[in-house]
Design a protein around this ligand. Structure first.
Ligand code: FES
Length: 110
């Protein structure tokens, strides 16, 4: 295994269109399978701590289960802010991790 990378899951655990939360070195990381490619971003919503792995994944967009903000799992960027009535607070992007696949292993750069 190349140094600087750490195994966090196996491909077979995450079918196309699904997500999984892993905890690594005290950080919650969301891994998503978008059409057979794997992406990793922070799992805790930057708005108010929603668990993104409990939200929904449509294509490359994950929707937070709490107030429906959307993040692009390929970049971690906010695509749509939380929906709280007329109030749409601005929120931070998620951290995005570099992913590498080795056989069935999903590695992220740490
Ligand atoms: S906690 Fe995610 S949108 Fe509010």
């Amino acid at each position: 295994m190349e140094s600087g990378y750490m195994k966090i899951a196996e491909k077979s655990e995450i079918p196309i269109g699904k997500m999984k939360k892993v905890v690594s070195q005290g950080k919650e990381i969301l891994i998503a399978n978008v059409n057979g490619s794997f992406y990793a971003i922070g799992n805790i919503c930057t708005h108010s701590g929603g668990d993104l792995s409990q939200g929904t994944l449509e294509g490359n967009l994950v929707t937070c289960p709490k107030h429906k903000s959307k993040f692009d799992v390929t970049t971690g960027k906010v695509v749509s802010p939380p929906k709280m009535g007329l109030f749409h607070p601005k929120i931070q992007d998620e951290q995005s991790y570099i992913v590498k696949i080795e056989n069935d292993d999903i590695l992220i750069k740490i």
